[in-house]
Design a protein around this ligand. Structure first.
Ligand code: NA7
Length: 538
């Protein structure tokens, strides 16, 4: 039985931190197992990333049907997505529906930020302190804190002097912001900046985009889902699930097995054109098998995309600023866009390349660069996230030796398969660092990660095991596997949130296993079949 009453001595089987996509499903699974579960959620509602990121233009870059939960066939079949790539408001509505349909809310405490967690070796429990003086204990602590949710706000001098409105995209006011007729500056041109810029350009009086690194963007090609398409999707649950489980990233897209240079140039270009014309990530994840590992193969795709970008921009000088140089195509996540490049053909839009014209400070009326002053009413920081580990290290989590997770990760994250961290018993980290449940279509990975955790807890209960923790040696060997995988790709050489390079002071280290979900599944299943090899039980 669960209780949500607030007393000092509250004890649960499991505490879950976060009520986003992961937290809701983890709650559902553990409750089914008969555990008492309490979920702490910082926000006043469910949704996680999809609650906070309500900025203009926020939407999926995965196909809606592939992003939905698959744990309930009935849920899958009864929900109708209105667009192939749904907008944030629709996704949040879906998540609220899931919370209500499965009666999950009564186990969730909203407006409750977890501040401190400490392992007690004596009674083998976690004590958890959350906002408002809440104190609880639990045998298992599960973080469902999101991969992209710890806001990265750059330290720009003078930021506090700005007299207008300033927002980070991931803390956008829930009621929206009226940008009509305003002078708006956007800092950041990753997926978020791109979505904002293309959405607000024709509404604002003047838009100034501050770009540090140009990014390869590719067309999303969104469209409404027709009644016939909905019919086809909702009756294809089994086939779709099988397809998603067979691709490296849990997306519907998978690469052509051939190597790029094996394919005659004409045929290769025709293939790139075909992918370009299709919706979604096929133009990134559906290229050749060596597109993200062989520089020559990659360059064929990069040149193709550079050409596509150039064709869409009227002013060649602006085009040159927007075209990435010395950067492999797809070594960081590709923003999918709708008329993004055409925005720069508008008279009210100005692009500032802050590598050649650096921001010197923010001042009362706007942003000052080395070359000019830009007067602004609103500044939007689309500057991304301290990804994967950010929200873990912002909570004071103390393991067996009293060492914090933040200190433990100082020289780079460590874990065994992203599932657990040595020194932190009975702590399960959903989408944890160095794991194989990160580089993917997020819900597909999360469901699989959560199924693993739930099965593990079930195993512990049926085998009278109280504590599970990976060995330091297992972590060391796993890290070698991760690093070996990364060496075979172009990912580590490109600055991005994949390797922590976007956060000043963060150890630059790849933060995830990149060998693909299919191979990762094989590895973790083998580990389980060998009696959870690499873990120690007490
Ligand atoms: P990203 O992809 O990390 O993009 C952040 C953007 O902000 C990127 O253009 C950065 O430039 C820029 N940035 C970051 N810090 C600064 C400073 N200090 N000054 C100027 N510009 C800066 O985050 P998003 O939110 O767009 O997307 C994250 C993921 O969410 C995305 O991959 C999808 O999976 C959904 P940089 O490139 O680092 O030079």
């Amino acid at each position: 039985m669960s209780t949500t009453a607030k007393t000092d001595a509250e004890h649960f089987d499991a505490i879950v931190i976060g009520a986003g996509i992961a937290g809701l499903y983890q709650l559902y699974r553990l409750r089914k197992l008969g555990l008492s579960v309490l979920v702490f959620e910082d926000a006043p509602d469910v949704g996680g990333t999809w609650y906070w990121n309500c900025y203009p233009g926020a939407r999926f870059d995965s196909e809606s049907y592939s992003y939905a939960y698959f744990f309930s066939k009935e849920l899958f079949e009864e929900w109708t997505w209105s667009e192939h790539f749904a907008a944030q408001s629709e996704t949040l509505r879906y998540m609220r529906h899931v919370a209500d349909r499965f009666d999950l809310r009564r186990h969730i405490r909203f407006n409750s930020r977890v501040e401190h967690c400490a392992w007690n070796e004596a009674d083998k429990t976690w004590s958890v302190h959350a906002g408002g003086g809440q104190r609880v204990r639990a045998k298992y602590l599960i973080t469902a804190v999101g991969v992209l949710s710890a806001t990265h706000m750059p330290h720009l001098p003078g930021i506090e002097e700005f007299k207008g409105q300033a927002y980070h995209s991931s803390r956008w006011p829930q009621g929206g912001v009226n940008l009509k007729g305003k002078r708006v500056g956007v800092i950041g041109t990753g997926s978020t900046g791109v979505q904002i810029i293309q959405t607000i350009a024709d509404e604002v009086d003047r838009l100034v985009v501050f770009q540090r690194t140009p990014t390869y963007c590719a067309p999303l090609r969104n469209a409404p889902v027709t009644a016939a398409e909905h019919e086809a999707f909702s009756s294809s649950y089994d086939a779709l699930l099988e397809r998603l489980r067979g691709t490296p990233g849990g997306f519907i897209h998978s690469p052509d097995e051939r190597r790029a240079m094996e394919v005659p140039e004409n045929e290769r270009l025709a293939y790139y054109e075909k992918k370009w014309a299709e919706p979604g990530f096929g133009k990134w994840l559906g290229l050749y098998s060596d597109s993200l590992s062989d520089p020559a193969a990659n360059e064929t795709a990069a040149a193709f995309v550079r050409n596509k970008i150039r064709q869409r921009i009227n002013d060649p000088a602006v085009a040159e600023k927007l075209i990435p140089r010395n950067q492999p195509f797809g070594a960081k996540r590709i923003p999918l866009e709708t008329h993004y490049y055409e925005v720069y053909n508008r008279k009210n839009v100005h692009l500032v390349d802050i590598r050649s014209e650096p921001i010197s400070r923010i001042y009362g009326r706007g942003i000052r660069t080395s070359a000019a002053e830009y007067e602004l009413d609103v500044i939007i920081f689309a500057t991304g996230f301290d990804a994967i580990t950010g929200n873990l290290v912002r909570i004071d989590i103390r393991g067996t030796e009293g060492i914090s997770l933040a200190d433990s990760f100082k020289s780079g994250p460590h874990s065994f398969m992203g599932l657990q961290v040595a020194g932190f018993p009975n702590l399960f980290t959903i989408s944890g660092p160095l794991g194989g449940f990160v580089f993917c279509n997020v819900p597909r990975c999360l469901e699989e990660n959560i199924d693993w955790i739930t099965d593990c807890i079930d195993y512990m209960r049926s085998h009278a095991r109280e504590v599970i923790e990976p060995s330091a040696e297992a972590e060391r060997l796993w890290n070698e596997t991760v690093q070996e995988g990364v060496r075979q790709t172009l990912l580590s050489g490109t600055d991005s949130w994949f390797n922590g390079a976007n956060i000043p002071g963060k150890a630059r280290a790849i933060q995830m296993y990149v060998g693909g979900l299919v191979e990762f599944r094989r590895l973790y299943q083998e580990m389980v079949s060998k009696g959870y090899e690499g873990f120690e039980f007490r």
